[in-house]
Design a protein around this ligand. Structure first.
Ligand SMILES: C[S@@+](CC[C@H](N)C(=O)[O-])C[C@H]1O[C@@H](n2cnc3c(N)ncnc32)[C@H](O)[C@@H]1O
Length: 271
């Protein structure tokens, strides 16, 4: 198979990747047949997944605007992915032209795509190839040193990321390490997959977990209280940890398709 221009050398198109599957859910074009096949299996197991992803992106954009309204214009977006529009730097900059954004991902396609999107914008944006399981690689990276003043509040985005860390990776400990590197007043913007409180049952939850396990990138659905523990050392801002469409909606919340009320989103402020 011929390698498309957006695909960096060395990636194996026959092995599905979390970021390319997500790109497919969102209607993007940076994915291979193996990714689409895995995505179709996930959607069959858990109908409505693409709508949940759209609710996730919409939450992220509202939370970024909230951060800017709170005076926070530095962003560290870990597990930033491939999305082609409505990226953090675009949303932030519409509200605050001086906003600075560092993107981080461990997927080579996401990093290459980030470089392409950010070309010519290096004065205020950067991308780091790193793994959230090694927080010091991120905090001590040249790009964070160049673009962010860690003595001032930063908005840390861990959006649809931590459910790809297994308990033995200690995701709570990794978030705590990141939190300790941030100044008081910093914000944690987080979403996480869960079936608690949503319209789909645990069986569908374990079916979709099975799809990701089969491709070697486990997805871990967590309970509300497990997700809330990520906010240790942060105070949740109103309305707390809620279904994503219910977090500070811009207008009346569309109740038509209950699947979008799957999973949780919240924003916390470091004391
Ligand atoms: C579902 S996407 C979310 C993208 C974006 N944050 C959003 O919500 O629209 C998850 C992203 O996290 C990245 N990711 C997964 N595990 C990671 C890890 N251990 N370290 C860094 N990035 C990771 C994947 O490559 C993928 O791009």
């Amino acid at each position: 198979m011929e390698r498309p221009a957006w695909a960096p050398q060395g990636i194996d198109p026959s092995v599905p990747s979390v970021s390319r599957i997500y790109d497919y859910y969102l209607g993007g074009s940076h994915n291979f047949e193996a990714d689409r096949e895995a995505a179709r299996r996930a959607i069959a197991a858990f109908p409505g997944l693409p709508k949940i992803m759209q609710a996730n992106r919409a939450f992220m954009r509202r939370a970024v605007r909230f951060a800017v309204a709170e005076g926070v214009t530095q962003f560290l977006d870990i597990g930033s992915g491939i999305p082609t529009f409505g990226n953090v730097h675009e949303v932030a900059r519409a509200a605050a032209p001086e906003a600075r954004v560092v993107y981080v991902d461990n997927d080579p396609v996401a990093v290459a795509h980030g470089r392409a999107v950010l070309e010519g914008d290096e004065a205020r944006t950067g991308i780091v190839a790193a793994d959230v399981r090694e927080p010091e690689d991120i905090v001590d990276s040249d790009e964070v040193g160049r673009l962010l003043d860690l003595g001032k509040p930063v908005a840390l985005l861990l959006v649809a990321l931590l459910h790809f860390l297994e308990d033995h990776d200690d995701p709570w400990g990794k978030v705590a390490e990141l939190r300790d590197a941030l100044a008081p007043g910093s914000l944690l913007i987080l979403t996480h997959a869960s079936v608690e409180g949503g319209p789909r049952g645990p069986e569908q939850g374990s079916d979709v977990e099975g799809v990701y396990r089969d491709i070697g990138s486990p997805l871990i659905l967590r309970s509300r209280s497990e997700v809330e523990r990520f906010f240790e050392g942060f105070e949740l801002v109103e309305p707390g940890l809620v279904a994503m469409p219910n977090w500070r909606p811009d207008g009346p919340v569309d109740q038509e398709d209950p699947v979008v009320f799957t999973g949780f989103g919240g924003v916390g402020r470091k004391a």
